[in-house]
Ligand binder design. Sequence first.
Ligand code: 5CU
Length: 339
Amino acid sequence: MPVVDVHTHMYPPAYMQLLRNRTSVPYVKSFPDDPIAGDRLVILPAEDTASTSRGRPIGPGYYDVNEKLAFMRKHHIDIPVISLANPWLDWLPSNEAAQIARQVNDDVERMCAEHEGQLYAFGTLPLSAPAEQVVAEIERLASLPHHRGIIMGTTGLGSGLDDPALDPIYAALEKHQQLVFLHPHYGLPTSVYGPRASDYGHVLPLALGFPLETTIAVTRMLLSGVWDRFPKLNVLIAHSGEARQLENRRDVWSVLKENVFLDAVIYSEVGLRAAIDASGVDRLMFGTDHPFFPPLAEGETEWLSVKLNSQAVQTALEDKQMANAVMGGNAARILRLPR
Ligand code: 5CU
């Protein structure tokens, strides 16, 4: 059974070029007053405090496919299913988005084809473009041999995933059986973290902002009846996302067991058990979140973030067959990958 990583990001060369050409968020640049820091990636709305305003270091792990594959080999992962990292194409002017989405998706498809059988992908959508252009890209992605779904954030066409204007997009995703990998980016307004937010660096926006953003988005989808209108729309929720029982709508437990898949990027046995209880062991898929959360110590080659996620699977699941299913068997079945 292969080990599959369903939550692993890249900025392919076509997208890196866009980031390097920009001076407002999102962008990549080096700061002349701190040449040792090298290139910095600044992408998050919450990177607006003194400690976060220069984002984080960015190196080839973010954009070089050979680094990605070397990382995977080092951590005994057979197949990464790569996705564009946030903030995707959400920020592009409407009239440029569709063409750039095609370029970025083609760039990724090329990388997958050059590493046949070793690399698959979730595509990206031009969500700032008119809905019919988004639908056209979904249809095109369905014909690309290495693509297995799409990644998107929580804002949809600009006003959230409960927006009825998304219906043609949900219909196309459902029709083409494209799994939606739902991933946070926007977090919560920095003001909720209080006047000392800067003392805690990226911790509050990532540890609290990301999961709450995801929970709110999924709850709004459920409340607005997305899964009543699109009962076959399948969503893979990042970071083992969660939601609660709501009235007059499809029961949240049936949605969790029939429409929702969870990645196992939760770093602990406790969270992993909750994810298994919510959705079932057959709907959970291993991931790393590489290249985010690298080792902090110089020279450390094994990534603690990866180890914690795979250890959580082994500890939570004594049954080896179940553990193997979470590590790759489920992804191979759900994403039609080689076994
Ligand atoms: O550390 C972070 O900011 C992130 C991010 O932006 N996106 C992601 O997928 N993981 C971590």
